[in-house]
Design a protein. Sequence first.
Length: 459
Amino acid sequence: MKLYFDLTTSLCWGGFPVGITRVEREIAKRAGGRSGVAAAYCFYHTPSRAFYEMAPWLAEAVLSGSCHVDRADLLAADFSSRVDESDVGRIVGDTVGRGVSDARALSAAVRHAADMSLAHILRSRNNLSVIPIHWGAQRRLAPTTDLVGRKIRLNSDTWIINAGLDWEHKDLREIRIAKGKRDFKYVAIIYDLIPLLYPHFVVPSYVDVLKRYFGELLWTADYALCISETTKRDVEKHMTEWRMPRLPMDSWQLGSDIGSSQSGDAQTNARLRGSKYLLYVSTIEPRKSHRTVVEAFDHLVRSGQVDDDAVCVFVGRAGWNIDNLLQEIRTNPAIKDRIVILSDISDAELGALYEDARFVVFPSRYEGYGLSLVEAMALGKACISSDTGSLSEVGGDAPLYIPPYDISAWADAIRDFMNDDQLVRSYEQRSRDHYKPVTWDLSADQFYDRLNAAMGVSK
């Protein structure tokens, strides 16, 4: 029996890990010693409808965030071609490895192998398939055969774990058809059912895509691991309502530990030095209710209910349908210099921002987990959270809960947390008393214990 952890999403992810990519990497890199069977890493290539085992160096680099491949380049790559093993093939491959284009590589091969026939050189050209790999700011070409160990031969002893953005990277209908022929097992990590429950919170062009995706996923998966009991209940209810066959599933807790803040970027912290800031870590999009915080904060500033050193900090990439909100922030004279928006920051910088924040907010309208809420509680921060989805499940008795639509209540809470030191200290103590931090090591223990049981194996 062989277990493959699919890293297609992480392979195509540029930047620091957030949300789904963080979960995929943290759980995948801890498979060794926890999986009850031999484990390796793979990616899915849509054009060839095949899973390819990753070369060990590539898996290590992807899991550490050292490199990535653009999705368009992955789709265009040919992983069936073999680099010519002759002298000219090695010259071409070596030259490509130094980061030059195919044409320049072939020119170099001609210069260094002038005694070889044109037919020989053209055969090498035809057999050469390369793909650009991004290493930080550098973009280097590599033979596609260097990226893969082999094409995976799917059979009844094969288990594949999907933890990423499958709707972007896979054709689940084809995978389901392949399962019918080869009887391999497909394990789904399910984060939430927001596209089905609240489609108005989803990018309009993705609504139908995601509905089809979940329809295929729930018929394709042999076993599912949900990131919360809330998500598990949502899935079970949906499948019951649609009279779908029972899908074996469990839930497990996500980790809350992030990188050390000691090496954080001093320049980032310098922008906030001397301020009392609330922190919200999340992609900026309608479902996350940044507008609730903006409107509450604007009211407090204009009415003089918070001091001049009160600041609001948003950390996250800009999502969909937020141009108007960002424009309002940039042009509002009362708050334009008091709302700081940061994105693509390291774990060290994020840790420093958490530690220096006066308190943390999470006003989202629905969540399958709430990763930044548990990260904040693990650091003993005072937290204000909405009371929807899984947030009360993962937050327990630590945060102050407020409905996400109640802007007046959010304004009162933000005012009190900005001005009342004793109140902040009491909620910091609640985080320490009521939330038991879950490390990613412990999260992986839970994950692989449940998976091993589903597979009928032990460590």
